[in-house]
Design a protein. Sequence first.
Lengths: 113, 114
Amino acid sequence: DQQVKQNSPSLSVQEGRISILNCDYTNSMFDYFLWYKKYPAEGPTFLISISSIKDKNEDGRFTVFLNKSAKHLSLHIVPSQPGDSAVYFCAASEGSGNTPLVFGKGTRLSVIA
Amino acid sequence: GAVVSQHPSWVICKSGTSVKIECRSLDFQATTMFWYRQFPKKSLMLMATSNEGSKATYEQGVEKDKFLINHASLTLSTLTVTSAHPEDSSFYICSAHAGVQPQHFGDGTRLSIL
């Protein structure tokens, strides 16, 4: 039973445009959400996180939006750059402490120059 | 920034061999380390949670005698795949965590059992 779902396995966006990656979750106990970026043959790299007390967190070109009532979060990248091409994983946990993460299957983003 | 080193990055060995994978936090002390496994086109699946100085907590369906985890210090955790068989071939990845920081991941180990 997939508790964290990324329903789009892939996404193509033109350079300079906005990339929107979506993630849904089913476990209402999740209160901390993260996005990781992964290149081939490398481990996931932390991008941005948000706790359930917020509905938006911004860091440079990356913004994460959280809609708790819909159990939905999204990552916006603007403007998209070719170097953003990677697999993006959404992850969730109960608390931001030493609790394990539950990952989605990832979305492969391709930014086309 | 925080760095987690995982070694080796790729292992190819014969069936029946035991393989040890190391995970080190290089610039911080990790109170907790996690071991994940990723199958092709699947998400990262948690195998076990490792706390320094105590026994690892394994997820349901993960054989503790098959996947031995040792977390002897705040900077090192090891995963030993004992008597590995072809079905154990996978991508294994560790993460380290301290305080309220997000988990930082190693680059993973691709294990191929012939």
